[in-house]
Design a protein around this ligand. Sequence first.
Ligand code: GLU
Length: 452
Amino acid sequence: MTTRSVTRTTLDHLLTEIEHRNPAQPEFLQAAHEVLETLAPVVAARPEYAEPGLIERLVEPERQVLFRVPWQDDKGRVHVNRGFRVEFNSALGPYKGGLRFHPSVNLGVIKFLGFEQIFKNALTGLGIGGGKGGSDFDPHGRSDAEVMRFCQSFMTELHRHIGEHTDVPAGDIGVGGREIGYLFGQYRRITNRWEAGVLTGKGQGWGGSLIRPEATGYGSVLFAAAMLRERGEDLEGQTAVVSGSGNVAIYTIEKLAALGANAVTCSDSSGYVVDEKGVDVELLKQVKEVERGRVDTYAERRGSSARFVPGGSVWDVPADLALPSATQNELDENAAATLVRNGVKAVSEGANMPATPGAVHLLQKAGVAFGPGKAANAGGVAVSALEMAQNHARTSWTAAKVEEELADIMNNIHTTCHETAERYDAPGDYVTGANIAGFERVADAMLAQGVI
Ligand code: GLU
């Protein structure tokens, strides 16, 4: 047997172990499979990575916190939600990653997100470990006062586990500027500390960084541009399908337009909008961010260029580029086949793990440039780390400076993934490149720091 096939057998054995130890956590198992399946060449080439216990430690969170979150609605009724914070890996820096408030949240979902975050954060080249948290609370349809009471109750427990040198949460689905504000207020009240670096995604004027709201979407477009550049093309004149209509989708659409491309769709759980003239991002911001409405309202107000399609799949709309920016497993094998049939050239994952394993395989086999989330959507957490740096120095940078740093980081991630893939005989395979490059950085730090 070759070294590589021995390694493959060891990794397969490990995957079976992971399945036994984590039953009923399909999203976490999917994320672990996706990474471990690409590691054989690096583990075979560098025997120190085969050291017993290294990968076993990597797939086991350092700490998992689960707690009750009781709160009262506007009518005085008591609700009980579950709170989670998975502190996955701190070899490179304090745990860093968002909080997701969505009814689909459970421990397996938070573990998948935390696991992805380890490699994503490593790829940024900055000093941040990986973590994730959230709750099965659904902010939709809740008043500001209800959201505030929920956030205060959530932070009443969370505050003892976080800190600027320990664990630094931020936003994710269902957690934006409003929620970060309430969470920060309660942290400050309980601890009696002005500790700006304990949360990122804060508002302008009280420690937030310019360009943080834009960063994930902008970064995903910059990653798509870098993949196209590698093939001798650019964004100018390209049509794009974008899913979602939250923070990531909005700033993806905005950046595509700024770079000469045209995003013709957006979506939410009720259906999608096709807008022949290109999505009007100011109108979308008004409907989604100011009024907290749905995309059908966008279509109603936009006039004849836009139509709302209830249900259905945004991936049916023909385009040169696809930027899934909603949630995990939103782009399956059938959708990937449709995209390929329609001649898609590049897919950049703005969301975390939006493409299923079957979809990724199919897109890569068809020669589509595929940017995995842990590389393509790293711009958000990267600017969070820049927000921490500004907080630490008690300063704030101009938007131009942050954007320049973001562009450099995204280009570096692209180069790292590209070169790593070539080094391990997988040219053009950004999934392998991202997994191996992220793994190398974290694994080297873990080996240096001993068995902990
Ligand atoms: N939730 C975002 C992500 O998936 C951002 C995390 C952060 O800024 O810490 O990367």
